[in-house]
Design a protein around this ligand. Structure first.
Ligand code: PAF
Length: 282
């Protein structure tokens, strides 16, 4: 497995693979990889001849008061994980390689991003769409893999690919959880032992809400109230949002039907803002 830091090195490598008629899978990440990312890389390896993983903490998708400076980084551990999972190339650029000084072009969206994380993180999806677009242009993959934990991001990227006629298949992969239920996240590392315990209210609320829907509850407000009650039992938890939306439009729904996304974002003290969700097709 090679590690490169320039766009030209990625392009040259991918060109060589293309000449050999090989297919290319792509897993964009911000590093500090865990079993969730590993599952994406393994899936990509199973479905493509060669796999590129990008590791880039993208400044553009962080708001001014967010955790860009403290976002965890560990290239050595990430390389080991990628190599063991079968990746062929890591692209690990510096911010200057991605954004030169005169940079002033953006990819933005209006609609899917006016809900959930888009409301509490106003610049986030412009940063995600722009960097994912750039990474797609650099790697030119056949397929790209995204986790369902960031369900809104997955929907946004799928929409962008359709709207902008990109010839890339977007593959969503299931949430990977710790044994006790907490969804794997690079940000879990911010949690103190007490915060880690209290963070379990996220998955508890998600499991309870999902069960209510599977048992036939159709009233959104009933499900969301039960989920809020669970989260509010944790003294460190502060709800950012607990929402039920149509997964295709991200618009809130009163009656539970069709393809739904139930998504939550919760601050655990001032340690971390965590997200979790369930999706169902009814
Ligand atoms: O999901 C992430 O880690 C990031 O948002 C992504 C897709 C790598 C873009 O920076």
């Amino acid at each position: 497995m090679k590690i490169v830091s320039t766009k030209i090195d990625v392009r040259n490598q991918v060109k060589e693979w293309r000449k050999e008629g090989l297919t290319v899978g792509f897993v964009p990440t911000m590093g500090y990889l865990h079993e969730g990312h590993e599952s994406l890389v393994k899936r990509a390896v199973a479905e493509n001849d060669r796999v590129v993983v990008s590791i880039f903490v993208n400044p553009m998708q962080f708001g001014p008061k967010e955790d860009l400076a403290t976002y965890p980084r560990d290239l050595e551990a990430d390389s080991k994980l990628c190599e063991a999972a079968g990746a062929a190339l890591i692209f690990h650029p510096e911010p200057e390689e991605m954004y030169e000084e005169a940079f002033c072009s953006y990819v933005d969206m209006n609609g899917l991003t006016n809900a959930l994380c888009g409301l509490s993180r106003p610049v986030h999806f412009r940063g995600v769409c722009t960097v994912v677009n750039k990474l797609f242009n650099i790697v030119m993959p056949d397929k790209a893999y995204f986790g369902e934990k960031d369900a809104q991001q997955l929907a946004v990227v799928k929409r962008m690919v359709k709207d902008l006629d990109m010839d890339i298949e977007i593959v969503g992969c299931p949430i990977i959880r710790e044994e006790d239920g907490l969804a794997k996240s690079s940000r879990n590392t911010y949690l103190s032992p007490e915060g880690r315990k209290q963070a379990l209210v996220l998955s508890k609320a998600i499991f309870a809400g999902k069960q209510m829907v599977l048992d036939g509850e159709k009233d959104t407000s009933v499900v969301l109230k039960a989920m809020r009650d669970i989260i509010e039992k944790a003294s460190m938890a502060r709800i950012d949002y607990v929402e039920m939306v149509d997964v295709n439009t991200m618009k809130g729904i009163d009656t539970i039907q069709g393809e739904i996304l139930c998504a939550i974002a919760v601050y655990i003290g001032d340690e971390a803002r965590l997200i979790d969700n369930f999706m169902l097709s009814l």
